[in-house]
Design a protein around this ligand. Structure first.
Ligand SMILES: C[S@@+](CC[C@H](N)C(=O)[O-])C[C@H]1O[C@@H](n2cnc3c(N)ncnc32)[C@H](O)[C@@H]1O
Length: 452
């Protein structure tokens, strides 16, 4: 019988080779090994996400103890060590000797003898030292200190310190290692909050109304796969953080309107827009990834939505003559994703220091393109799930400064009273460490001129 630790090791190896969402790999592993009991499934998720969150600190332990150049340690050996060290240093419920023994056993099965000796010696030394580690000094090297202790890349810490200062950066980095609440958007086309709470309760899941949005609920036991419930299969809800829900609310579509969702992905925002439109009008959902639009179609069908047309295309190559003009256009732009590190901790290790600026260029081009599809009097909404000014305020300000015929509209105007404190000037900005929701940015404009 395969163990949760072995599966976690295999998944971490796969993630090292290709950028797949960890949840997809975990779900596939659980489906394939139906014999895993709920405790093992929970441990598998804990190990995969724990190692991804704490990878920076775990690597610091390895490089401190290894006595060789970091590049000399093979990727598979490093992952084996990270997994064992995570259990030894950060997980209370696994005895240290069990984690070490299992890692050494795995090493014996697959690695040469001298590597087994190296793994064994390093892990036993880590057990001996823990918890008395000599981390880089906060006074002499604040960047390195924060990067190692909170497990974030040095370039990211340096960037945030320059943009936000030490207090906010520290809070952001600490929040990045917490488990985000599991939030559901209730689908009003099929159910109400009360119905969803009652039905989930009958399936053994406790949830409570969101403090922020009246149509959202927070699940108390976030470790389970809620997509397997009947309530989900019936299309009564969609998993969607409150901050993400603010985007479609800020678009503010009305029944009967024409809406363009220009980077629709799996259709999280499309489905919400359709619900706000009471399933009346038309939504055109565009994404360059045709496979995502397949998921989108399944998602909207499950939710009883019938007003969506999909187009698989590069938004930059699309013309209003192909689609007509729209009352409202949403650009939920591709971004570095640093607002959702709690859910996707692997992102912080995949990104490059130049990425915020690279994305910024694409976002500016996509936003100008999105504007071409808006009717006179219509609105344009720009959203990201990241926190850097380069991808947020800079993009919005570039648009406002370079385009005539557009006036910024307060992004919070259409939001419920409970969310008004999230406004920062004309924009809406959420941060995990301040608001306990994902980090999103929203900006809105109204078109006041004919488009040439
Ligand atoms: C932030 S995600 C969208 C998430 C989606 N709106 C949702 O709510 O689930 C950005 C999406 O933009 C798509 N994308 C990136 N560049 C694009 C382009 N030039 N044209 C069309 N889609 C693009 C990506 O495939 C990705 O699905």
């Amino acid at each position: 019988m395969i163990t949760a630790r072995t599966l976690a090791y295999q998944i971490l190896l796969q993630l090292d080779r290709a950028p797949v969402h960890p949840d997809r790999l975990i779900r596939t592993a659980i489906d394939r090994h139906a014999g895993l009991d709920p405790r093992d499934r929970a441990l598998l998720t804990e190990l995969v996400y724990g190692v991804l969150r704490w990878q920076g600190r775990l690597d610091w332990y390895i490089d401190t103890l290894a006595g060789m150049k970091p590049s000399k340690i093979d990727a598979a050996v490093r992952i084996l060590l990270r997994l064992a060290l995570y259990q030894v240093t950060l997980l209370d419920r696994v005895p240290a000797h069990a984690a070490v023994n299992e890692a050494v056993k795995s090493a014996k099965a697959a690695l040469p003898r001298h590597v087994v000796g190296f793994v064994n010696a390093l892990l036993r030394e880590a057990v001996r030292r823990h918890p008395d580690w000599d981390f880089p000094s906060a006074r002499e090297n604040p960047v390195c200190h924060l990067a190692v202790t909170t497990s974030h890349p040095e370039w990211l810490v340096r960037h945030l310190l320059a943009e936000w200062g030490p207090e906010e950066t520290r809070a952001f980095c600490h929040a990045g290692n917490t488990v985000a609440p599991l939030v559901l958007r209730v689908n009003p086309l099929k159910a109400s909050v009360e119905k969803v709470l009652a039905r989930l309760h009958s399936e053994g899941i406790e949830a409570r109304p969101s403090p922020l949005l009246e149509n959202a609920v927070r699940v108390r036991s976030p470790r389970m796969d809620i997509t397997q419930t009947e309530t989900h299969k019936l299309g009564w809800f969609q998993i969607q953080d409150e901050a993400s829900q603010l985007v479609s609310l800020a678009v503010g579509p009305k029944p009967g309107e024409r809406i363009l969702d220009l980077c629709a992905g799996f259709g999280g925002k499309t489905a919400h827009l359709a619900a706000l439109m009471e399933n009346r009008g038309e939504i055109v959902s565009v994404d360059q990834a045709a496979w995502k639009l397949e998921d989108l179609r399944r998602n909207i069908e499950r939710q009883g939505i019938a007003i969506v047309r999909t187009i698989a295309a590069d938004a930059l190559g699309l013309s209003p003559s192909d689609t007509g003009l729209f009352d409202r256009v949403l650009l939920d732009a591709p971004c570095t994703g640093f607002g959702v590190l709690r859910r996707n901790p692997d992102i912080k290790w995949r990104r490059h220091p130049k990425d915020p600026h690279r994305f910024s260029r694409t976002q500016k081009a996509l936003l100008r393109q999105a504007a071409r599809f808006v009717k006179r009097g219509g609105t344009l909404t720009y959203a990201t799930c990241t926190v850097f000014a380069a991808e947020n305020e800079d993009v919005a300000e570039d648009f406002t400064a370079s385009q005539t015929g557009w006036i910024p509209e307060p992004a919070a105007a259409k939001l419920p009273e409970t969310c008004r404190n999230l406004a920062e000037g004309p924009y809406l900005k959420t941060l995990p460490h301040r608001h306990d929701v994902d980090g999103f940015f929203i900006a809105c404009w109204r078109n006041i001129e004919d488009i040439p």
